[in-house]
Design a protein around this ligand. Sequence first.
Ligand SMILES: NC(=O)c1ccc[n+]([C@@H]2O[C@H](COP(=O)([O-])OP(=O)(O)OC[C@H]3O[C@@H](n4cnc5c(N)ncnc54)[C@H](O)[C@@H]3O)[C@@H](O)[C@H]2O)c1
Length: 248
Amino acid sequence: MPRLDTKTALITGGGNGIGRAASLLFAEEGAAVAVADFNVEAANGTVDLIKQVGGTATALACDVSDEASVAKMVAGTLGAFGSLDVLFNCAGGGSTKDGPVTDLDLDEFWRTIRVDLFGTLLCCRHAIPAMVRTGGGSIINIASLRAVIGTEGADAYTASKGGVLALTRAMAMQWAEHKVRVNVLAPGVVLTERVAAFIKEDNPIYQKSLLGPCEPHDVAELALYLASDASRRVTGAVMRLDGGASVY
Ligand SMILES: NC(=O)c1ccc[n+]([C@@H]2O[C@H](COP(=O)([O-])OP(=O)(O)OC[C@H]3O[C@@H](n4cnc5c(N)ncnc54)[C@H](O)[C@@H]3O)[C@@H](O)[C@H]2O)c1
C-alpha cells in the first residue's frame, strides 16, 4: 500500500534539491503533489519527472515571501486537488553573502528572514485553515542543524532557522486539537546541486558527519515519514538528520 495514498501535498521549493526529491518520493507513494517554486521552469521540470512515471502533479508559481502569491498558491492546490493534507515548506536556503554579525550583508539578513522564516509563516497561515476544514494535516518545516547546535559564519541563516524551530513548537501546540501536526527537520549538510557547488570539505558540519553528508533523498525519506499516518502521534518534533554530526 503506498504510504501517501489519497493524500494531497504542497511542496514549496519543489523545483530543486530537497523539495524536488520529496516531490518525486511523495508522488511515488501515491500523493497528488503541487510543486511550487518561484522558478516555474524548475517546478515544471519536477512535474514532468513525476508524470513520466505515472504520478499526479501540478506546477505552481509562487514567491513564499509574498502573501498574495502564497494565497494564490494554496488556492491553486485546492483548485487542482480539492484538499490539502501535507505542506512541506522547503523553499529557501542560505547564501555566501551571510557571515558573522559584524560582517554579514544586512540585505541578506532580511532576505533570509523574509524567505525562510516569514515565508514558512505565510504558507502555514494559508494552509492551516484548509487542513482544519478536512479534519487535520501534516506540516513539515525545514530548519538546519545550525539552529540546533553552535556553528559560526552564517548568522543570518542561523537566526532565521532558529525562528522556524520556535514557530514550529508554537504551531504544534496551537493546532494539535485540530489534528494539524507540525514538525521540523534539522539537516546538516545535504548535497543538493546548490550546496555541492560551494561546500568545502573543511566545513565543520561536513567534517563531523560520521556517516557522510546527506543526499536530498535522505531528507525526503524523513519528510515522507512525517507526511504519512505512521507519524500520527508525532508533533513538535525537531528531527536532526546530520550523519551523526551533532553527537560528534
Ligand atoms: N542543502 C543543505 O545542506 C541544507 C541543510 C539544511 C537545511 N536546508 C534547507 O532545505 C531547504 C532546501 O534547500 P536545498 O539545498 O534543497 O535548496 P535548493 O536551492 O536546491 O532548492 C530550493 C528551491 O527553493 C526555491 N526558492 C527559493 N526562494 C524561493 C521563494 N522566495 N519562493 C519560492 N521558491 C523559492 C528555489 O527556486 C529552489 O528551487 C532550504 O530551506 C534550506 O535552508 C538545506
